[in-house]
Design a protein around this ligand. Structure first.
Ligand SMILES: Nc1ncnc2c1ncn2[C@@H]1O[C@H](COP(=O)(O)OP(=O)(O)OP(=O)(O)O)[C@@H](O)[C@H]1O
Ligand SMILES: [Mg+2]
Length: 252
């Protein structure tokens, strides 16, 4: 199912969206290739989440298009785009807090197979092996029977990613996977997420403010300024860019 590494997987041309006087997306031309792990950096309000929202069907651009695996997805909705192979995790994890960790993954499993039924118990309709494998993959087996509500923030982030991975995406887009996680836990959370993505051969793009995390896990960095890609390339080169140092990192 995976295309050859290095082939364009997601491509945007001329993506444009304004909120009043703010250009949240200002004609973005962008290519993400199979096998990349891209970090998107940028100041608050630069348009990072807006770009994700357009590429995942949550909002429509006023101009431009988004291609995924050779298909135009610009006008498709979030569910259709998810089914085509684009997974997403959120700045604030979107969990069914009253359900246990295992039940959250069972729900994702039945959603994937469209076997949701009010009459058949969740555990019987879900793919038990896939759920158990996913629990192992993201180190949540020991939390299996805990309600999602009681998980520490780092484990909630892992669960949010695991739910998206149950749909077997080719691309995983993560909006600030370490935000809200205690600083001493950030690396461990990211380590687990990235190992899971690599194991499943999923291309990724994540928004991240922590420079150390970006340098540790990204194969490429793109810097957003005012709805535009201001710098894009090898991580250290982007962090050495004077415009990035001034506008994104806030150096004088
Ligand atoms: N639904 C909306 N209505 C009006 N303005 C919006 C809306 N969504 C985003 N904006 C504005 O568009 C700009 C880009 O916002 P966006 O959320 O994409 O930024 P971001 O880079 O993700 O920021 P952060 O780092 O704070 O998450 C901001 O000025 C924001 O206030
Ligand atoms: Mg954002």
């Amino acid at each position: 199912m995976n295309a050859t590494s290095g082939e364009p997987l997601l491509q945007t041309s001329g993506l444009t969206l304004s909120f009043g006087a703010i250009n949240a997306a200002d004609g973005i031309d962008f290519i993400l290739r199979q096998g990349e792990h891209l970090a998107v950096i940028g100041a608050n309000g630069a348009g990072k989440t807006t770009f994700i929202n357009i590429c995942t069907g949550y909002i429509k651009p006023t101009a431009g298009c988004v291609m995924f695996a050779g298909q135009d997805i610009t006008r498709k909705g979030p569910r259709q785009i998810a089914r085509l192979g684009v997974g997403r995790s959120f700045q604030l994890p979107q969990l069914f807090l009253e359900h246990t960790v295992q039940e959250c993954l069972q729900l994702a499993s039945v959603a994937r197979s469209r076997r949701i039924s009010r009459w058949i118990p969740l555990a019987r309709n879900a793919d038990g092996h896939a759920v158990a494998d996913m629990l192992e993959l993201v180190d949540l087996t020991s939390y299996r029977d805990e309600p999602a509500a009681v998980l520490p923030e780092g484990h909630r982030k892992l669960l949010d990613v695991a739910i998206a991975l149950m749909l077997e995406p080719r691309l995983m887009i993560m909006d600030e996977p370490t935000s809200g996680v205690a600083s001493e836990d950030k690396h461990a959370v990211m380590q687990t997420i990235m190992a899971a993505l690599r194991q499943r051969q999923v291309t990724s793009w994540f928004v991240e403010h922590d420079v150390d995390i970006v340098l540790a896990y990204a194969t490429r960095v793109a810097a957003w300024i005012d709805g535009r890609v201001a710098a894009d390339g090898e991580p250290q080169a982007v962090f050495n860019d004077p415009v990035v140092r001034r506008e994104v990192l806030g150096e004088r």
